[in-house]
Design a protein around this ligand. Sequence first.
Ligand code: CMX
Length: 435
Amino acid sequence: MEMLKQKFKAQADKLGEEIKQILKEHGDTVIGEIKLSQIYQGMRGMIALISETSLLDAQDGIRFRRHTIDELRQKLPKAKEGGEPLPEALFYLMLVGEIPTKEEVDTLSAILQRRSHVPMYVYETMKALPTETHPMTMFVVGIMALQAESVFAKRYAAGMSKKDYWEATFEDTLDLIARIPHIAAYVYRRKYKEGKILHPDGLLDWAGNFAHMLGYDDEEFKELMRLYMVIHADHEGGNVSAHTTHLVGSALSDPYLSYAAGMNGLAGPLHGLANQEVIKWIFEMQRELKTESPTSEQIKQYVEKTLAEGKVVPGYGHAVLRKTDPRFIAQMEFGKKHMPDDPLVNTVWRIYETVPPILQSLGKVKNPWPNVDAHSGALLVHYGLVEYEYYTVLFAVSRALGVLSSLCWDRALGMPIERPKSVTTAAVKRWLNKE
Ligand code: CMX
């Protein structure tokens, strides 16, 4: 742990110096222009943030510290040869910018195991909620209850110096990443398995143990969890969950408060909740058409009906991407390897052939291709995890790796409170001399 912490601190100090120099020499360099339309249209394309952990390219998709999803699947250490990468290895990469050795990852997995204790009152708080509560709400309530454990909040209250913010954030980050799977597993077992809680397996890796605590000990499912936790971890800084975590953190709200805020954003249907919406939409299509395997023509008609009802096709489109999401492709490859004949997975692939031309024909959808959420549910259903309302919690567990490593960077680089300027339409009209 001390080694990882010192490594991170050394990297952060080095980058901090470089940033100082860049700003000294180029601080006044103009890097773009803002159109009026952008401030009314979700700031699309407006460069306004620094996020060190990953960068999204409209064509090639996400790169974590310059590594594509494909490269991560080849280069990151794995639980078993030829298998999927270990998500804690990706966390290490995002945190210190280096691919760890297997030994370094095993050490990190063991550290996370040691720090994973969740106090009883956290479970009791979640238990107080009615079982009908949405899993994302239960999950965030659990995180909020756990906030009492925040090292950052305690040290801040005791008068911590600015130069120590990074360290307290680092401590909270490791604690949170260690504990989050336990809270998430509790939500699942409480809501869907009559509260029968399963003990952790101290010998397993982070994602393998999470799969085990959910109640899925199939080795293939554990592999799916490792892949799932890697591909959902980060998507640069401007998406709702990452940006919210960063924004709330900029007020020096501790990592528990910041992460919980970000996850409330992930729970929106245009963001992380889309994974449950996709499978719900496919199940409804199967029910309505009375078939497990709808034909392309049937899918086409169903998509047209969805659009005619004024709804979006879930799992399709993206604010930045303009091609099929490589995270979709990675899941497709997993499906082809492990379950090529699964009817639901095949339906997802048939939807992939059918939907893009329809969305393209509307003339307004900027990206007609599938995103990560179009595929994930079908793989989970294959292994029996059919409770689709839970899917966004899986996304949230993974997203912790990205948004919390980013938060460590924010504090280590001394990022200030975020406070952009807003204007009224009346002010806009005055600029334009329309008033
Ligand atoms: N189905 C139908 N219409 C769509 C669409 C889809 N999948 N994607 C975009 N559109 C529509 C928009 O609703 C918008 O219509 P209006 O002008 O009538 O409001 C128009 O096309 C232009 O939108 P856009 O510029 O292409 O897309 P945005 O950047 O505004 O929004 C996103 C991006 C993801 C919210 C949108 O594509 C969408 O709603 N997709 C479905 C939900 C989804 O899958 N979300 C998950 C995204 C991944 C993630 O964050 O987790």
